[in-house]
Design a protein around this ligand. Sequence first.
Ligand SMILES: [Mg+2]
Length: 402
Amino acid sequence: MKVTGLETIRLAEFPAILFLQVHTDEGLIGLGENCVGVESVETFLHESVAPRLLGKNPLNINEIHEVLHQDFIGFNGSSIAVRATSSIDIALWDLFGQVTGQPIYQLLGGKVRDKIRAYNTCAGSAYAKGSSNIDRNRKAQLGTVTDHEYEDLFAFLNNPEDLVASLKAMGMTAMKIWPFDEAAIRSGGQTIHKKDLWEAVDLFKRARVAAGDDFDIMLEMHSLWSTPAATIIANAVEEYSPFWFEDPIRNESTDALIRLKNSINLPITVGETTGTRWDHHRLLSSKAVDHLMLDPGWVGGITEASKVIALASTYGVPVAPHDCTGPVVLTVGTHLGVTYPNVELQEMVRAFYYGWYQDMVTVLPKYENGFLTPPSTPGLGTALQPGINQRPDAIVRWSRLG
Ligand SMILES: [Mg+2]
């Protein structure tokens, strides 16, 4: 079997998402995906990846992984190069599954559990319609959209009690919220004003009281804060026991992360934007990381995610794959989640899951009563909805063999 074409698809309606289809001479099509800065990822795929991939046997996943990670520049961290090759890697595993008739979790060695516990990230319906690179202050992130059934961002800022009740009614046992973001946008994140601090702490407290002891709440900080400001916030919110304190500061500086870890009593989660096992090793060996997050589309695909999860296990660190990106990455996360013992949780966004994700792919992991189950059909077990590349807002680009 040979790779005969790379097809990338972007949609104007969802400018942050890119789909990739790897075509073969046997007619099988592998599916991949990426999120944020995707016009650049698309260009890199056609410019720098296609010449190394076209004509290759797609089942030589390890060889292709090595070849694509030998870039002269761009291999360190979650660069465009790493993200492009992540998408390819996901598509190759999808092809491997289709050729062998096995789901990806089986190809990785089989299941340790049938389903993975999910938590709801409280983004709203418009969250995917902008780029987090371009405008961190956009309206959707401030939760002003209210025209969809699951406007969870608006809800956690305005009515956390009803939000918790609605999530519990569908069997959810955990959610993630970010009540401090608006304060960071106001102050620039170097400091937090007292009024902002107590307002956001009060929102978290209201959610905590409504949640009771059978529901966890993750506190997302989006790397918007300085180390001293993050320390103040952690200590103010500690009595309401966040399940974890996610990306409180930018994690380039492990010294800053260690300093923060030594000043607070909350479990720290980092890693979703981090690429490759080398940078994840830097985070893990700092011993400042309690939970590791990774995004299969940003870390290096399924091949690299598997190595990072194994690495985390040697540090006694549980892993929670990222979503809030796209339906393919969510599906990959659930395959990893049933395969590796130290995966603890899978992120999902119900506003996406019951919204635009359904319009993009034919099958999603099954959500039921707080858990996600990956498809048991070959490969990823999903495909792009027919005709997606013919939508009027689709931007389709090809690289072809020969
Ligand atoms: Mg996050």
